[in-house]
Design a protein around this ligand. Structure first.
Ligand SMILES: [Zn+2]
Length: 200
């Protein structure tokens, strides 16, 4: 435990050295001119799937929302507290990102929870959250289920009027990506061919 804290403090010092030192630093620039990311990512909370690390991005490059199993819920305008939907609204309507990437991954614990525990409330929030996903193929394995979940999140994206509108006007492109933890490869869904293909 002490070591892990030491590691992140070392990381913090490296970060400051690389990004926040001097008048011309990245952070000074971003502070002065604000953020202007072109890409938004919906990713899982999984510690192995950090979009900024996988894509080797700098501060300011990605607008990211992470939740258990990288789910985009349907558009529901009610009194409930919709954190992911609020992030989507911020990224798409205010920052006007041009790309929205839904980043699924292999070995997803959230998807596994959905498959193991579909109807039993043995936790406070997780089951209810992952039950947003209704896999079309009930007998599929967790990784195939995670890919089906991406398709469902894609369909849910289109229930947001401002996402649908920006896609139709070709101001926003929606991408479904699946990250394989073991190989570190990303597979991209081809809408034309209906299959996942290795990202070149
Ligand atoms: Zn996950």
């Amino acid at each position: 435990m002490e070591n892990s804290l030491k590691n992140i403090l070392n990381g913090y010092h490296h970060f400051r050295e690389k990004y926040a030192k001097g008048d011309l630093s990245v952070m000074r620039y971003l502070s002065r001119y604000g953020q202007n990311p072109q890409i938004m990512v919906v990713a899982c909370c999984d510690s192995r799937v950090d979009p900024a690390l996988i894509l080797q991005c700098d501060p300011g490059d990605l607008f990211v929302v992470r939740n258990v199993a990288n789910i985009v819920p349907p558009y529901e305008r009610d009194e409930a507290h919709h954190g992911t939907s609020a992030a989507l609204e911020f990224g798409i309507c205010f920052l006007k990102v041009n790309h929205l990437i839904l980043l699924g991954h292999s070995q997803c614990g959230g998807i596994q929870a959905l498959m193991d525990n579909r109807s039993i409330g043995q936790n406070d929030f997780i089951s209810n959250w992952v039950n947003l996903i209704h896999p079309s193929d009930k007998g599929c394995n967790a990784d195939d289920c995670a890919k089906q979940a991406l398709q469902q999140s894609y369909r849910n994206c289109l229930t947001f009027p401002w996402i649908k509108d920006r896609i139709e006007k070709q101001q926003l492109a929606l991408h479904l990506w699946f990250f394989d933890i073991e190989s570190g490869q990303i597979f991209m869904y081809s809408q034309e061919e209906g299959v996942y293909k290795v990202l070149p």
